[in-house]
Design a protein around this ligand. Structure first.
Ligand SMILES: Nc1ncnc2c1ncn2[C@@H]1O[C@H](COP(=O)(O)OP(=O)(O)OP(=O)(O)O)[C@@H](O)[C@H]1O
Ligand SMILES: [Mg+2]
Length: 325
């Protein structure tokens, strides 16, 4: 596959067949391209298919349909070539905690056939990077959650991969530890030219860390782009309006208004609708919007003006809010 993209995914589908004969479509046709040296975040709620996608890209699972390649090597037919070029840290901590940090890193290097001198040099380098040098000879069982995550990160890097896959790298960490992990991740890209593909539920993580974000929901990549571009496409401000009545007529009016950039309509919990109206200047357009609603026969229950965020991008494309954590 001639391509400048280090990750190429085409029409990827994954079905899980459950014992009862039920089939779960975890991935429903994903296309994804990631350039060398990019930090790409897959953002999506529980069950969206993020871990499934990562498992296929890291050769742990076979796709049902479609293809995926890392550095030009197909994950299904050339898994050994793929494994030689990747590192991975999983969502759950999988360290053998009976071992010391140093033993864990060394064992991983051995697994990949790295010579002893190289392993020792790499361990020293990585322990310094993730700030574990002082505790490296203690059993991992005694590490804090943040230390275990950092050790996982170091392990993923033992074999100097071209692509590092991180499944929820900062799940369950306090803000200080998260910021630390983010710093290492950026440093790795800047200093080693590593490509990083990570998954997250956290909009903050996606926004601060990623060059590009892909929003995943129900097994599909719904929208992708630079966080700032995705946000900007919604308009300068968002007027969020809940109400009932003729929302279709109101929508039609809105789409004709010159100051409206974009409108998304979602069904609200109760009867009624929630409208996300992207405008050039929120405060200034509030009065004319209320007037339009009235004229169209749409009764406003509540209204607010806000600067758009990645959360609004998520709402615009999926119809529901992603809880940040
Ligand atoms: N081994 C499996 N067998 C059957 N179904 C599975 C299996 N693994 C995942 N699934 C299902 O596939 C869908 C996608 O799951 P996946 O773990 O990829 O989501 P995710 O985006 O990583 O979620 P989370 O944010 O909770 O980690 C879900 O409906 C899940 O229940
Ligand atoms: Mg997952």
């Amino acid at each position: 596959m001639a391509s400048t993209n280090i990750i190429e995914v085409r029409g990827l589908e994954k079905e899980y067949n459950l014992p009862g004969g039920q089939t779960i479509h975890a991935l429903r046709g994903v296309d994804l391209s990631v350039r060398r040296g990019e930090i790409y975040a897959l953002l999506g709620p529980n069950g969206a298919g993020k871990t499934t996608l990562l498992s296929i890209l890291t050769t742990l699972l076979l796709p049902t349909r479609g293809s995926a390649a890392i550095a030009g090597f197909d994950v299904a037919t050339q898994p050994a070539e793929v494994r030689r070029r990747i590192g991975v840290t999983f969502q759950e901590v999988v360290l053998d905690q009976e071992l010391t940090g140093r033993q864990i890193l060394d064992f991983h290097g051995k697994l990949y056939g790295r010579p002893r001198a190289e392993r020792q040099a790499r361990i020293a380098e990585l322990a310094a990077l993730v700030e574990l040098a002082d505790v490296l000879d203690r059993h991992a069982a005694g590490y804090s959650g943040g230390m275990k995550r950092r050790l996982e990160l170091a392990r993923g890097l033992m074999t100097q991969p071209a692509v590092l896959f991180l499944d929820e790298p900062t799940q369950g960490l306090d803000p200080q530890n998260r910021a630390g992990i983010w710093r290492y991740i950026r440093q790795l890209r800047d200093e080693e030219g590593l490509t990083l593909l990570l998954t997250t539920h956290s909009m903050e993580e996606a926004e601060t860390l990623a060059d590009r974000v892909g929003i995943v929901d129900h097994g599909r990549l719904i929208v992708e782009g630079k966080p700032a571009d995705l946000v900007r496409a919604l308009g300068a401000d968002i007027v969020l309006m809940r109400g009932s009545g003729d929302s279709a007529a109101f929508m039609a009016q809105l789409q004709r208004a010159p100051y409206v950039a974009k409108v998304h309509r979602h069904a609200a919990e109760e009867v009624g609708a929630q409208l996300q109206i992207g405008v050039d200047a929120g405060e200034q357009r509030l009065a004319p919007l209320v007037h339009l609603a009235h004229a169209a026969g749409f009764q406003i229950h509540s209204v607010s003006v806000q600067r758009p965020s990645l959360g609004d991008v998520f709402l615009a494309h999926t119809g529901y809010a992603l809880r940040d954590e």
